[in-house]
Design a protein around this ligand. Structure first.
Ligand code: PMP
Length: 409
């Protein structure tokens, strides 16, 4: 409890200063999107209010300021991810676009019949459907590494699915339903031993786990800005420089070209080659502000706080009769999906909203995983740096109220 009190950043998040249904907002939907600290809001406002210009093209002051801030954000993201250079950081629309870019520009031209793609059973649709499309268009085979009942992915089962024909391994760093943190470094070693590239969906891990792509030894890493306390419509694809340099862009147009004639064009080197058209300037700058804000916090205290929230949530929710938490992975980011006997998650989420508590209900864009867990929908609570024990107490009280309310019917 002491730890939770000593890490108090709630005041940095203006959205928390509101009432919902006449109750103080309890925001437990950070895995869907995180609230934004004032530092991010101010950085975005600054772009619109002062440095409002297009990047890379203008010779005037405003454009130079916007360009410097945009490239500064790239450097901040590179350092946040442990990139060897900012040139390995491609700004995209989100994790979804990052994964589609790898599928379209790296995998699609290189795979053919007999080749294999390996994913795990807990993937978000964003890291499954692009690979289904690559498999369908190239004749490659899409294989799925199973999960254990705990929600962990066993390395033995994973390794047994790898073959010398596996070209792409695409896995989540952390599951958005079970919270499982996957052993990326071991997976990279196993994938590389078979000559495959390792694509990591870091949408859920990046806000919670320290990332160093050199240590992880992956080949591509996808990040979603809005889950990382940054704006929406922005994300990052980190890629190994040598791989990016060898890839054709999947969108073409202005800003990504070196020279253009009527009969052809040459492209700029990465990362600009993959950023056709005017980028999401304020989004990138806002995301840069988000990772600088996070860097300004005490990392160890932040990790301890998130661990403490998770432990407190598990022990609190376990005491609610009829509530079953999905999975019990060995390492988990601070989120829990659960079912309550005889209460549909959508009814529950609506009830909780009445109490000012924001949660997510549904299939969480992981339908094959939910089917395997034997559910069509689950309720998910997910925590950010601003949450407190009080939020979890409010949730527990409301869940008890929900059980009483729905048991009437
Ligand atoms: N992967 C995972 C694990 C996610 O949770 C999400 C977001 N729900 C995504 C990918 C997609 O992220 P975005 O919608 O920001 O592109």
């Amino acid at each position: 409890l002491r730890r939770a009190r000593s890490f108090a950043v709630g005041r940095d998040f203006p959205a928390l200063e509101q009432q919902v249904n006449e109750k103080p907002l309890v925001y437990l939907d950070t895995a869907a999107t995180a609230l934004k600290p004032r530092a991010v809001i101010d950085a975005v406002t600054q772009v619109y209010a002062r440095d409002c210009a297009n990047v890379h093209r203008g010779l005037h002051q405003l454009s130079q300021r916007a360009s410097a801030a945009y490239e500064g954000a790239r450097a901040a993201l590179g350092s946040f991810l442990g990139a060897r250079s900012p040139e390995e950081v491609v700004f995209v629309r989100g994790a979804t676009e990052a994964l589609n870019l790898v599928a379209a520009s790296w995998a699609f031209p290189r795979l053919g019949p007999g080749d294999r793609i390996l994913v795990t059973a807990l993937e978000h649709h964003a890291n499954l459907v692009p690979w289904q499309v690559v498999a369908r268009r190239t004749g490659a085979f899409l294989d799925v590494a199973p999960i254990e009942p705990s929600g962990d992915v066993s390395l033995e089962a994973f390794a047994s699915r790898l073959t010398a024909r596996t070209r792409v391994v695409a896995v989540s760093h952390a599951s958005n339903v079970l919270g499982t943190v996957l052993p990326i470094r071991d997976m990279a070693r196993l994938a590389h031993a078979q000559g495959a590239v390792l694509v990591v969906d870091g949408a859920q891990a990046a806000p919670h786990v320290r990332i160093d792509v050199k240590e992880l030894d992956c080949d591509f890493y996808a990040v979603s800005g809005h889950k990382l306390y940054g704006p929406s419509g922005i994300g990052v694809l980190w890629g190994r420089a040598a791989l990016l340099a060898d890839m054709e862009p999947y969108q073409v147009g202005g800003d990504m070209v070196a020279e253009v004639a009527f009969d052809g064009a040459s492209y700029r080197p990465p990362p600009h080659r993959f950023e056709a058209g005017t980028p999401n300037i304020e989004g990138a700058i806002g995301l840069g502000a988000a990772v600088r804000y996070l860097r300004g916090l005490d990392a160890a205290a932040r990790e301890a706080h998130e661990r403490d929230l998770l432990e407190y949530a598990v022990s609190t929710l376990e005491q609610i009769p009829g509530l079953e938490i999905a999975g019990s992975p060995s390492t988990r980011i601070p989120l829990l999906a659960f079912a309550i006997e005889d209460v549909h998650p959508h009814d529950l989420a609506t009830f909780l909203d009445g109490e000012g508590i924001a949660v997510r209900a549904g299939h969480h864009c992981a339908q094959p995983l939910l089917e395997q867990l034997g559910h069509t929908a689950l309720t998910r609570v997910s925590f950010g740096i601003y949450n407190t024990h009080r939020d979890i107490d409010a949730l527990a009280e409301a869940l008890r109220g929900a059980r009483d309310f729905f048991s009437v019917f």
